[in-house]
Every structure is written in structure tokens, then in C-alpha cells.
Design a protein around this ligand. Structure first.
Ligand SMILES: Cc1cc2nc3c(=O)[nH]c(=O)nc-3n(C[C@H](O)[C@H](O)[C@H](O)COP(=O)(O)O)c2cc1C
Length: 182
């Protein structure tokens, strides 16, 4: 994976893909990962908001370490991604169970995931407890340009998923509204 311009990192999230949230689990000294579809872009900075709570083991690590990695999976590993969201790091080593390759991040202790198209290292900058919302600042982005499959997938919420279709380019219609560097 090569470094990716941080100011473009939001383009991985703006289409609303299912993502993986990687954390370092202080309880057992290993990496953990959860599946998540409640995520949004808040700003080009890039800033993101995700929703999770104490019903998930990952939440403890987010609160304690105040960091994570958002990894962007593609459709070829969609079954794996759903499996990751159907068990807990509290009693399962998900990197071993799902054959995920952790790579060292640069700014956080949470891992990059080599099987994903992109990874965004993030710091937790706010936690809105009442709504179980975590606000994250992206601090380093990575992209695997050698990866053939680049289509992400999107949760409908009922166990079905929509996959990326053709891309249409309307940049000329909105160029003045795009941030610099995009
Ligand atoms: C497609 C999919 C989307 C999910 N989205 C979310 C989500 O947005 N927020 C959340 O808290 N849990 C979500 N989950 C559930 C967690 O991934 C699941 O509870 C996971 O096992 C938690 O792992 P952990 O206990 O190791 O943190 C989703 C699961 C799937 C399969």
C-alpha cells in the first residue's frame, strides 16, 4: 500500500461503503476489527462520524485509545466482512479467524488491513455519548493502487447489499465547489 493524499481520503467514505474499524485491544494485546455501515463524512478535513456503542467490544478500545483505522473492503471479501460483523473480539481473534493481514500504521497503534483497498488512520476527537457517535479526524491515508477489484459495497440494512455500479463524471458541473487537491 502506498500513501494517499489525506485531503482526498473522504472520497472513500462519501459514497457510504460498508467499512471495517480496526482497533488495538488493550485487554488482550491483540488487534480487533468490526464491521460498520453507520458512517458519514463531516468535512473535507477529513472528518468522519461513526455510530457504535458499548454493546460492541471495539467501543472500549475507541474510548480508551482514542484512535482507530477505517479500512475500505471491496466486494470480493464481502462474506468475510459480514462474518467479522457477526462475532466479537471479546472472545475471538478475528485477524486469525478471517485470515486478515495486519500492517503497521504510521500514526496509530491500530492496524492497517492489507486485504482492503484503502485504510485511513484516525484519531477520536469527540464522543457524543447520548447518541453513541464518535467523531474521527483522519490523519494518514493509504491506498492499494495494485488491487484489481475496486468496487465497494453498501448495506441496505436487511442483510442485502448494493455493489458499486458505473461511475459518472460531473466534475465540470461542480468544479468550483470541490476542495483544493481533489
Ligand atoms: C453489514 C454490517 C454492518 C454493521 N454496522 C454496524 C454499525 O454501523 N454500528 C455498530 O455498532 N455495529 C454494526 N455492525 C455490528 C458489528 O460489526 C458487530 O456487532 C461486531 O461483531 C462487533 O465486534 P466487536 O464486539 O469485536 O467490536 C454491523 C454488522 C454488519 C454485518
Amino acid at each position: 500500500m502506498k500513501k494517499f493524499p489525506l485531503q482526498k481520503a473522504f472520497t472513500f467514505i462519501e459514497p457510504g461503503p460498508v467499512v471495517l474499524i480496526g482497533t488495538f485491544d488493550n485487554d488482550n494485546g491483540r488487534f480487533n476489527v468490526m464491521t460498520l455501515s453507520w458512517i458519514m463524512v463531516m468535512d473535507f478535513s477529513p472528518r468522519f462520524a461513526l455510530l457504535t456503542g458499548m454493546w460492541n467490544h471495539s467501543c472500549k478500545a475507541l474510548l480508551k485509545n482514542k484512535e482507530c483505522v477505517i479500512s475500505i473492503p471491496t466486494i470480493d471479501i464481502s462474506k468475510k466482512v459480514v462474518g467479522i460483523g457477526a462475532c466479537s473480539g471479546a472472545d475471538t481473534d478475528k485477524f486469525a479467524k478471517f485470515n486478515l493481514t495486519a500492517a503497521k500504521a504510521e500514526q496509530v497503534n491500530a492496524p492497517l488491513i492489507k486485504e482492503c483497498l484503502a485504510n485511513i488512520e484516525c484519531r477520536v476527537v469527540d464522543h457524543i455519548k447520548k447518541h453513541d457517535i464518535f467523531v474521527l479526524d483522519g490523519i494518514q491515508a493509504w491506498f492499494d493502487s495494485a488491487r484489481k477489484e475496486k468496487r465497494t459495497f453498501h448495506a441496505v440494512g436487511d442483510g442485502t447489499f448494493i455493489t458499486d455500479g458505473p461511475k459518472i463524471n460531473h466534475r465540470k458541473l461542480m468544479a468550483d465547489k470541490l476542495p483544493a487537491g481533489v
